[in-house]
Design a protein around this ligand. Structure first.
Ligand code: SF4
Ligand code: SF4
Length: 364
């Protein structure tokens, strides 16, 4: 029987692991709950200014074209894994719903695989319960919503009236590094992503005033230091967590913060506020972990930790941000490694099976 793998999640990691396995001649079924592939990455904007900002957003297009029309890959979008069991191979049942949310139009589909890859990704933290007026004031948006605005309009515009903002504030670490939420982790991508979006906005409308409220600035890659250095020249970087947010009579947003230098509480008004929200474990990851009998880590992600050892020993593997926060480039690297781990697992298992058959043949 041909080797086959079930990949759950069609974001950047799922697409990468699927293509890597298919290149090696392994049949892959890729299951995505949304009606489209590409995950969060497909919604990100290009952040090039004078040159490529190396944000990785365009990599998803390349990964998409790799998997579409590949004869080793079957793609199910708008599909959910309903049941899975293991009896040598994994036997699974998928509910296909190409017609939206109407459950009566779902069809069931069953198949089997040698291994399963969880590439269920992350969810953006919903900041409604934070005191920043999200979903109360139209001009308070998340970083992912700003990505979408930049992608569609080419520059920042206020959701309330479509006008370009003159004064923007970014609030970093919303839902990350937050002991009250027990979200102690750094989400890794939001500093670089916000700094790059601010650079795009400033390049396209140089008179825009940009302020960053931050606890810490984190980023990786050799270009990050230069990005941060330039940000300190062009943007106001204020190490403070702003207080509650209010709307002014002229439809702007007022907030206050404690200024460490003057030791005073300062009030400021902005046209738009962008919340850099945390990457948190997705519902899809939680549900799948439950179906597969995997205990998530204390963070809720399913990377290897004290609670579990998802190193593929049982044929279940993790790729990308289902295991914890990663950038696009890191997700790709992680997914490529996962593909090799899967191949190693299948080979070792097949060799073991041949060995035991050999023993049976020569046994008595
Ligand atoms: S890596 Fe990012 S900045 Fe560079 S071309 Fe691609 S999308 Fe644009
Ligand atoms: S990357 Fe920056 S904004 Fe995001 S959690 Fe880490 S320090 Fe906070």
């Amino acid at each position: 029987m041909e080797s086959s793998v079930l990949v759950i999640g069609g974001g950047i990691a799922g697409l990468t692991v699927t293509h890597e396995l298919a290149k090696l001649g392994i049949k892959v079924e890729l299951v995505e709950k949304e009606p489209f592939l590409g995950g969060h990455a497909i919604q990100l904007t290009c952040k090039a200014t004078e040159s490529c900002a190396k944000c990785g957003a365009c990599m998803v297009q390349e990964k998409l074209s790799n998997v579409i029309c590949n004869e080793n890959i079957i793609i199910h979008t708008g599909a959910n894994l309903e049941r899975i069991s293991k009896n040598g191979r994994f036997i699974y049942n998928i509910q296909l719903n190409q017609n939206g949310t109407d459950k009566s139009k779902c069809t069931d589909y069953s198949s089997s695989a040698d291994a399963v890859v969880m590439a269920t990704g992350f969810e953006p933290f919903n900041p409604v319960k934070k005191p920043y007026g999200y979903k109360v004031f139209k001009n308070v948006i998340t970083n992912l919503e700003l990505e979408g605005i930049l992608k569609i309009n080419g520059n920042a515009v206020r959701p309330s009236d479509g006008a370009p903002p003159d004064k923007i504030a970014f609030i970093q670490c919303v839902g990350s590094r937050d002991s009250k939420l027990n979200h102690l982790w750094c989400s890794k991508i939001c500093c670089a992503s916000a700094l790059r979006m601010a650079r795009v906005i400033k390049t396209r409308k140089p008179e825009t005033s940009v302020t960053f409220f931050y606890i810490d600035i984190q980023g990786s890659g050799k270009d990050f230091e230069a990005l941060y250095e330039k940000a300190r020249e062009d943007f106001r970087m204020i190490r403070a967590i702003p207080g509650d947010i209010y709307k002014t009579e002229d439809d702007r947003i007022k907030t206050s913060f404690f200024d460490c230098l003057s030791k005073k509480n300062i009030e400021e008004v902005y046209d738009m506020i962008v919340l850099s929200v945390a990457m948190i474990p997705g519902q899809g990851t939680k549900k799948l972990a439950e179906i597969l009998g995997i205990i998530p880590c204390d963070t809720g992600f399913v990377g290897s930790c004290e609670n579990n050892d998802i190193a593929g020993a049982g044929g279940v593997f993790v790729a990308g941000t289902a295991g914890g926060p990663l950038s696009i480039a890191e997700s790709i690297t992680h997914a490529v490694k996962t593909a090799w781990d899967v191949v190693k697992y299948i080979k070792t298992r097949d060799q073991g099976a041949k060995g035991s058959r050999g023993q049976e043949d020569y046994g008595d």
